[in-house]
Design a protein around this ligand. Structure first.
Ligand code: PLP
Length: 709
């Protein structure tokens, strides 16, 4: 990749290695190494070091390579990078028996890693991204598998009438931290997807996530028929047949790709059912190399981990039988199965005629399954109890491991410095130990508040810059520009609501009594403002209508310019929002939020949560670290929110001490930080997966060295 940067002096050529490993993104000193080259270019590149190194004029790079101060910084970062990449002593090796195993193959249809890689739609992707980053930090041997979507997900453009237009966020492959994988002769590696007739091929890309390689498949190559080239074009295609083909490539192709890369794997972990065909591929291989079908199933099941993420029935893929016959008809017998036996694996006894259910397949053929919060575990056990006839809900073998966030990725760098100062330099290493956070109380209120205000101003500046761009692109009228947040004020209590725009998340719940809302917003001495962001799925017209309603209300003069809708929610905007608002609002219809993670990101940065008791907040709410209300139907939920804002939140926020600091509010901020930092970290989460699932599955694999060929 160094050839991409012809002007990068040899003396600092390691910058190329760091630019191509996302490790930089969760190490502030590495980020600073790029930023200090040229702050404006850094901003122009949208914090993308590959883009920046391509664009910087040679003399800027040359003078950095001659600047003693810069070189010292560079040496420090390079030393730390190499130490992190090469170190063998790590949590996993020290705590997991049989840690010297082949890698765990982690499968996910999406990964949220950085906004320069538009391979995510939302929560599932960020969970996968944070999971892989944490596995790198803990030294979990892992190889991650997914799709490179050249057409990305979607770039949201809001028309002047508030309707969302779906423009494709096209991957800029030259300026993204992604590399094409080549074979022994230097030609692009091409892998044939097994099982599928006529054949489909994939090219392979690699993203370095710290120590963990993420391999991404891409069907857009000449060798493929035109209709196959588009399989990996976009995330979550609506058409069932295209979706089936996509999932066949992910599951069957994923295993074949690992083989072509000569990467053996001990066990597999499926992040949601999209990749469940990987299970069938592993069974097929065993049957073809001589195992009986029963034995193959038993061995594969013992080495498969499955995480389900959604309590919404429509979130589970079910493929009609005629499509299954079309694509699998030729291979039922290769597995030693009749058609009925094959289809039985994915048949939901509660809806046997519905089709082939990927979640059912995964639950049946994984020894280790889980939901993603305690409540979601309960809901999931109830939802699938009929797969284990005769056992009551508690005996259903689906565990609960609550999601967590990758703390180094979501803690704002100024906050991180504050924690360094008051929690001690070892806090980041031990951040999943609750006692690490006791000293948050020692942070002077004024210091925490000052940083928070600075982050809020940063957010509002970012929003104003976006609005200016829309204005200059002639995509806003003098009236609609108000909806973009130009009248937001840094001294006003600011509520953030950012998530996918879909009916069950009820983004417009707070508008259910517009007059009451207006009174809250426009309280003369104690006003409130709300910032919204989020995309509706391209096929979700109802979600788009909700968005349009909010966008339109936002420039209703009665709202006083205190409602904003910010376009194109992505990783970068998420960072600004979870760092910079005062309060994070979450009001889905219970129990449909499996977990939720954006509230954790906010809490970690001292932004308390105002949320319905669902998902992680059932475990997270302690009475002192934010606000909660029970699920009680739309009308009462809205009333509960208004009451809490008017009676508790607003008075607390605007009660200032002599130094001008809202001491009572800052206390809630501190409690929010304390409880999010340890328990809702990806570190706690990955350790739980390793101890409760991986080590047992790896032992089963070790008994027989599965995957060694
Ligand atoms: C964290 C995150 C999500 C997931 O948040 P939820 O609370 O699960 O909705 C979605 N999108 C982005 C950009 C994120 O950073």
């Amino acid at each position: 990749m160094r050839e991409k940067f012809p002007y990068l002096p040899e003396r600092i050529s390691g910058l190329a290695d760091i630019a191509y490993n996302l490790w930089w993104s969760w190490h502030p000193s590495a980020r600073m190494l790029f930023k200090r080259l040229d702050r404006i270019a850094w901003k122009e590149s949208r914090h993308n070091p590959v883009r920046m190194l391509m664009d910087l004029p040679p003399d800027v790079l040359k003078s950095a390579a001659e600047n003693r101060d810069y070189l010292d910084h560079y040496e420090q970062v390079m030393a730390r990078f190499h130490e992190d990449m090469e170190t063998r002593v790590c949590w996993f090796a020290a705590n997991i028996r049989e840690a010297a195993c082949q890698p765990i193959a982690y499968f996910s249809a999406e990964y949220g890693l950085h906004h320069s890689l538009p391979f995510y739609a939302g929560g599932l992707g960020f969970l996968a991204g944070d999971f892989v980053k944490e596995c790198s930090d803990l030294g979990v041997p892992m190889v991650a598998v997914g799709f490179a979507y050249p057409g990305g997900y979607l770039r949201q453009k809001i028309r002047m009438d508030g309707w969302q237009e779906d423009v494709h966020e096209v991957l800029d492959g030259t300026a993204a931290p992604i590399e094409r994988v080549v074979d022994g002769s230097g030609e692009p590696l091409i892998v044939q997807v097994p099982f599928v007739e006529p054949p489909i091929h994939v090219a392979v890309w690699k993203v370095a996530v710290g120590k963990i390689p993420l391999y991404l498949m891409d069907t857009d190559i000449e060798r493929n028929e035109p209709w196959n080239r588009g399989i990996s074009a976009r995330l979550y295609i609506g058409d069932m047949e295209e979706r089936l083909r996509q999932e066949m490539v992910l599951g069957f192709g994923g295993i074949a790709m690992l083989d072509a890369l000569r990467i053996g794997h001990s066990i597999i972990h499926l992040n949601e059912g999209h990749s469940a065909f990987a299970i069938l591929e592993r069974i097929r291989r065993r049957v073809e190399s001589g195992d009986s079908l029963d034995r193959a199933i038993e061995r594969v099941r013992a080495t498969t981990v499955f995480t389900t993420h959604t309590p919404v029935p429509a979130g589970h893929d079910v493929f009609p039988f005629h499509l299954m016959d079309k694509y699998f008809g030729h291979c039922y017998r290769r597995l030693g199965l009749t058609r009925e036996q094959f289809l039985e694996m994915g048949s939901d006894p509660a809806a046997p005629a519905a089709g082939f259910n990927m979640t059912v397949l995964s639950l049946r053929l994984s020894s280790f399954s889980n939901g993603v919060s305690r409540r979601h575990g309960e809901v999931t056990r109830r939802m699938w109890a009929h797969l284990w006839p005769g056992s009551n809900d508690d005996a259903v073998p689906i565990a609960a491991i609550t999601n967590g966030i990758h703390v180094p990725s979501w803690v704002e760098p100024k906050m991180e410095m504050l924690f360094n100062k008051y929690l001690g330099p070892g806090w980041l290493e031990g951040h999943d130990d609750p006692s690490t956070w006791d000293s948050v109380d020692a942070i002077p209120d004024q210091e925490l508040w000052k940083i928070h205000l600075w982050l809020k101003i940063k957010l509002l500046n970012f929003i104003r810059e976006q609005a200016r761009r829309r204005w200059m692109e002639n995509r806003a009228s003098p009236a609609t520009i108000i909806s973009n947040g130009v009248l937001l004020d840094p001294t006003t209590l600011t509520i953030g609501f950012a998530r996918r725009f879909t009916a069950y998340k009820r983004p417009d719940l707070i508008f259910s009594k517009p007059d009451r809302l207006k009174r809250i917003l426009n309280n003369r001495w104690r006003p409130v403002q709300i910032i919204f962001a989020g995309k509706a799925h391209p096929a979700d017209d109802e979600g788009k209508r909700i968005l349009q309603r909010i966008f339109t209300l936002a420039h209703d003069t009665d709202m006083g310019g205190r409602i904003a809708f910010v376009e194109n929610y992505d990783e970068q905007l998420a960072q600004y929002m979870v760092h910079g608002v005062d309060l994070w609002l979450n009001n889905p219809r219970a129990p449909l939020e499996a977990c939720g993670t954006s509230g954790m990101k906010a809490a970690l940065n001292g932004v308390p949560h105002l949320s319905i008791l669902d998902g992680w907040w059932i475990e997270g709410h302690r009475g002192t670290n934010g606000w909660a209300f029970p699920a009680d139907g739309d009308e009462r939920d809205a009333a509960a929110i208004y009451d809490l804002i008017e009676k508790e939140i607003v008075p607390l926020y605007y009660r200032l001490d002599e130094a001008g600091v809202p001491a009572g509010w800052v206390k809630v901020m501190k409690e929010a930080i304390k409880h999010a930092g340890a328990h809702f970290s990806a570190r706690r989460m990955v350790k739980e997966y390793a101890l409760t699932f991986y080590q047992h599955a790896i032992r089963s694999a070790g008994e027989e060295r599965l995957g060694v060929r």
